[in-house]
Design a protein around this ligand. Structure first.
Ligand SMILES: [Zn+2]
Length: 342
């Protein structure tokens, strides 16, 4: 039996050698002083100021240009490991036998398998996230934040549609040129820090949703179906026929992911705020589909239908006060505008 780690290493090798593999390269921006101010604002946002010295040392030692993929893998790994506390006790065993990785995938956000394409069973599960998704999520979060700034930050409010379009472009053709567009430019460093922190929070929520969706497949034992998904790795085409079972497995995994996120959130207003971020994502995927003129992956139900199914769960189950309702409505309006402009 092969370990999921070994299989992931193999897939990584194959996808790097084949096709137009691309690497994310991050370039430091600003001056050492502005980077420090930004870091402090970020740490304040997360209530982690005690980590300033440790992180400042890291900031100083960081090279001017670095390969983003290893640190990206770190974020995904940490995000995944933190999910253990979202799960029911009965699900922890499956979770602990799961390895998480990143690969350039086409058409899907992630997949979960318990075997190789040649039928060898893995000693556990492998969940792979689409590498390009991280930048897309950051661009979407940027678009959403800029468009929704108000109060003290109203003067920095901007239309988000440009970042939104870039997110579509990056999903369809990942390119290192988009990595610096995720930054908030032209705002004072402390504002930039606060915005980046909020952006990271939204990005992580989306990663959590996608990862929980994949964990949901493992928990629901969808492996017979899921084994077919790996044909998407690095530009290969799906060769299987879509059936009713695929779609119901997807709806169930979405429901599972939302359920675990709601269960980990205490206030109803925050539950709605989290849902809106997830809805933004599905709405955006449906616009990506209308741009390409065909389904991203026939094994999945249309993203708009998936988003609406979750919206129904929210409406049925989570009370909505009038103030939150107004914010949710405002967000939906923004999405319609972006869809029209894209
Ligand atoms: Zn799925």
């Amino acid at each position: 039996m092969q370990s999921p780690q070994e299989y992931l290493a193999y897939l990584t090798q194959v996808s790097r050698n084949r096709h137009d593999a691309w690497w994310l390269v991050s370039e430091q921006t600003g001056t050492p002083e502005s980077r420090r101010t930004k870091l402090m604002a970020t740490l304040r946002f997360f209530g982690q100021e005690q980590r300033a010295t440790e992180l400042e040392a890291l900031l100083d030692s960081e090279q001017l240009k670095s390969d983003l993929s290893p640190s990206l893998l770190g974020v995904v790994d940490q995000t995944a490991r933190d999910l253990e506390e979202y799960l029911l006790p009965s699900e922890v065993e499956v979770f602990r036998r799961t390895v998480f990785g990143l690969l350039p995938l086409s058409a899907v956000d992630g997949f979960c398998v318990d075997r190789t394409p040649w039928g060898a069973k893995l000693d556990g599960y492998l969940v792979v996230l689409n590498e390009g998704l991280f930048i897309c999520a950051q661009l979407l979060a940027k678009a959403f934040l800029l468009e929704n700034l108000d109060g003290d930050l109203l003067e920095f409010k901007q239309p988000g549609v440009e970042s939104y379009r870039r997110a579509i472009e990056h999903f369809l053709a990942p390119s290192a040129k988009h990595t610096n567009s995720v930054l908030f430019e032209g705002v004072p460093p402390d504002i930039e820090g606060a915005l980046s922190a909020a952006q990271m929070q939204m990005t992580i929520l989306l990663l959590q949703f996608v990862l929980l969706h994949e964990i949901g497949h493992a928990v629901h034992r969808d492996h017979e179906l899921m084994a077919e998904y790996q044909f998407h790795v690095a530009g290969t085409q799906a060769t299987v026929k879509q059936t009713e079972r695929h779609w119901s497995a997807e709806y169930a995994a979405d429901g599972y992911a939302l359920e675990r996120i709601l269960g980990h959130t205490t206030a109803d207003a925050s539950r709605w705020a989290n849902f809106v971020v997830i809805y933004v994502f599905f709405h955006w995927l449906s616009v990506v589909e209308s741009v390409t003129g065909k389904p991203l992956c026939p094994l999945h139900p249309p993203p708009a239908v998936r988003g609406d199914a979750l919206r129904k769960v929210m409406t049925d189950r989570v009370p909505l006060d009038s103030q939150t309702a107004a914010l949710v409505e405002k967000s939906f309006k923004v999405l319609e505008t972006w869809a029209r402009l894209s």
